[in-house]
Design a protein around this ligand. Structure first.
Ligand SMILES: [Zn+2]
Ligand SMILES: [Zn+2]
Length: 414
């Protein structure tokens, strides 16, 4: 966690740099709506991890204390072996995350972006609650919990920089390491690229286990997933596949199929439900990014809310130990509500925009009631500024028409 917290300024610095390069080259690899969704998913993932990572960590410690075979020294070579060994198990964790339905339901979040830029790296799941199982062999061997947490965080930080389209192939590095080029392939929805290049730091595992494919000039990558999310709501991104699996499992008749829906190969569906609820997949050539147009002023309002949400999240992560339980719940609830609202606003929901007024009035009161202190006043101030921005956005978009027939405006968005 500490390593990742320290890396946050670096992440934003590099995102700023990539944005600059993107605008200079006019490559259009960034869309505000998609980037906001990625960052919101990343923030929620970090917040949820605080809650659910404690259990796997405790289990790792218990296994380590009970059955560690060797007492490994804190030597540099042990750290190096730990780093490489962790990536080996990451490969299998990641591969299973694609090949088994219930694990894919969690991992899909990372693939739901239809753009590919540094913010995509931060679009992480809030529900990877089983992944710790893959690293338990390291406890048996004797790698300390601190070592695994550190190399795990370094592994995650490494993966950040490969999420860019501004770096081409990198010669000899393509043979050993995960690079922007071979990881772009991993984010593709082109049939030829599906279920390939699972490595975290080393691409060697893919070469060894037959899942490697280079980026092909004749096959430009189309980013995203075949069953498109069509939403900017990060909660929806987390629940999309779970809800599909739950539905299939509920409607299928055979009991064995109810189980297989969850634990079978990703994409498999019982014959009776796929006949009753067929899923049509358009040819790749007809794929269009989900991109509802909203008025510039609404987009700016959405961006403002996103920045406020990021500041609140940072405040939360930096002051976690000083916050009471009720204060933590209040802040997490605020971040969740703001993320959902923003997702709906970016999807042209006029209802969400209508709810914004009451939301801006209610949440600061909640903070004051929870005794969050001086931060509550800053938050209240940001809500006053937001209210002005909201009124401006409503005035300058077509919002004043009746709710039902309004699409915010077809004027240019971002
Ligand atoms: Zn993946
Ligand atoms: Zn990725």
């Amino acid at each position: 966690m500490t390593v990742i917290l320290f890396a946050i300024p670096l992440f934003f610095l590099l995102i700023g740099l990539e944005l600059y390069v993107d605008s200079k080259r006019k490559t259009g690899h960034y869309r505000t709506n998609d980037a906001i969704t990625s960052l919101s998913a990343g923030v929620l993932s970090r917040m949820m991890a605080i809650g659910h990572q404690l259990i796997p960590f405790t289990i790792y410690v218990l296994v380590f204390d009970a059955v560690a075979m060797f007492e490994l020294p804190q030597a540099w070579w042990v750290w190096l072996v730990a780093f490489v060994a962790y990536d080996f198990f990451y490969y299998w964790n990641h591969r299973m995350g694609h090949e088994i339905s219930i694990l894919w339901a969690a991992h899909v979040v990372h693939h739901s972006s239809e753009d590919y830029n540094l913010t995509t790296a931060l679009r992480q799941t809030s529900g990877a609650i089983f992944s710790w199982v893959f690293y338990l062999p390291l406890a048996f061997v004797g790698f300390t919990p601190e070592m695994i947490i550190t190399v795990g965080a370094l592994n995650l930080v490494y993966q950040f920089w490969v999420h860019t389209q501004h770096i081409n192939t990198l010669g000899w590095m393509e043979r050993i390491f995960v690079t922007p080029s071979n990881h772009r392939v991993h984010h593709a929805q082109n049939p030829v690229y599906i279920d390939k290049n699972y490595g975290g730091v080393f691409i060697l595992w893919d070469r060894l286990f037959g899942t490697y494919i280079p980026e092909l000039k004749e096959e430009p990558v189309v980013f995203g997933i075949r069953g498109a999310l069509n939403s900017f709501n990060p909660i929806m991104a987390n629940l999309q596949v779970y809800s599909q699996l739950a539905k299939d499992s509920y409607y299928t008749r055979r009991w064995s199929d109810k189980f297989r829906v969850w634990f079978g190969r990703t994409g498999w569906r019982p014959a009776d439900v796929s006949k009753r609820f067929p899923k049509e997949k358009l040819p790749l050539q007809q794929f269009k990014k989900y991109h509802p147009h909203i008025h510039k002023s609404v987009m700016r309002y959405s961006l403002l809310q996103h920045v406020i949400m990021l500041v609140i999240s940072l405040y939360f992560l930096l002051n976690l130990s000083a916050l009471s339980g009720i204060q933590q719940v209040t802040i997490v609830t605020t971040v969740v509500i703001m993320s959902i609202q923003n997702g709906f606003i970016l999807s042209q929901s006029t209802l969400a925009l209508a709810i914004e007024g009451p939301r801006l009035l209610m949440l600061p009161l909640l903070w004051i009631a929870a005794g969050v202190g001086i931060a509550a006043l800053w938050f209240a101030l940001s809500c006053v500024v937001s209210l002005i921005a909201l009124l401006y956005a409503v005035r300058h978009s077509n919002y004043r028409r009746p709710l039902d027939d309004v699409t915010l405006s077809a004027e240019t968005a971002d």
